[in-house]
Design a protein around this ligand. Structure first.
Ligand code: SF4
Length: 287
């Protein structure tokens, strides 16, 4: 019997990644010098290889002495912390802002609300570049990052003006659970669910898989990609075995053969082609 494969109704790059990649390719065509990017433009090996082939180079410390007036620096979709951005403007004549507009809007919100005296709590991963960008916009370090339950115990007492926001790609149900707990600590806390629409739609697609009778989920995307990892975690949380793989050749075929209905979804930084290749390979399976 052949395996039934259901592809999620949302796939391909999210709008932020698409925009940053477009800026990267345009810069390679138009810039007379070298186009640099500080950190991976997206957390996806294949996409990064394509971008590097087009001419974008990851900025390393040893490049700093070689920068010429013709070189350009591209800020990635995650954004970059304010201090670092200021340094880039000193170093480069051309700075191209590839920050996702959603991240830009949340950064402005943090700047504005912390300027009014609010203490900001970001639910997310403190090591993720987007979170590092967001917290850099809080005035006078009035900010905390929460990723684990026990970190709630370290929040300050007696704050009456608190704004809680989310990293754009985190699991919506865990954001809501943290927000509930924080509301008990600070009853006046304002909660803004700033998970972006692309992440929310992909997370909902996983929940929908379950309703459609999917027995296992394949999540296509970079191993270091936060949004892709979150999708796999959500699938596991609702009781679906999840396989997070970067390319079709990484598919654990023998294991996948044991399921009759498989759902396939790509992360926000996964090209549609990769997801479709996986679907084609899975459709060829017999069990
Ligand atoms: S995942 Fe969301 S916030 Fe991140 S780049 Fe894509 S659209 Fe922007």
């Amino acid at each position: 019997m052949s395996v039934k494969v259901i592809m999620a109704n949302v796939s391909g790059f999210c709008s932020g990644v698409k925009r940053a990649l477009g800026l990267a390719y345009d810069a390679c065509k138009q810039c007379a010098g070298q186009v640099y990017v500080a950190g991976e433009l997206v957390h996806n090996k294949k996409v990064m290889e394509n971008v590097e082939t087009a001419g974008v180079k990851l900025l390393r410390d040893c490049d700093l002495e070689k920068i010429t007036s013709k070189d350009a620096l591209l800020i990635r979709a995650h954004g970059c912390p304010r201090g670092q951005r200021a340094k880039f403007h000193k170093l480069f004549n051309i700075v191209i802002d590839g920050t996702c507009p959603h991240v830009g809007r949340v950064s402005k919100m943090i700047e504005c609300e912390s300027g009014k005296g609010k203490h900001i709590i970001v639910i997310g991963d403190k090591f993720h570049p987007e979170v590092q960008t967001l917290v850099s916009f809080a005035k006078d370090d009035k900010v905390d990052i929460i990723n684990f339950e026990e970190e709630l115990d370290h929040l300050q007492d007696n704050l009456d003006q608190v704004l809680v926001i989310a990293q754009s790609t985190i699991d919506e149900s865990s954001f809501k659970s943290f927000a509930n707990k924080i509301s008990k600590i600070y009853p006046n806390a304002e909660i803004k669910n700033t998970i972006c629409s692309s992440s929310r739609r992909r997370q909902q697609a996983i929940l929908y898989f379950k309703k459609e009778g999917v027995q296992a989920v394949v999540v296509a995307g970079g191993i270091h990609s936060n949004n892709t990892r979150t999708l796999a975690q959500i699938a596991k949380k609702i009781g679906l075995p999840a396989f997070h793989v970067e390319t079709a050749t990484d598919l654990p075929i023998q294991k996948l053969k044991t399921f009759q209905v498989i759902g396939v979804i790509g992360g926000a930084s996964t090209d549609e082609e990769t997801t479709k290749e996986m679907v084609a390979d899975l459709l060829a399976l017999e069990n």
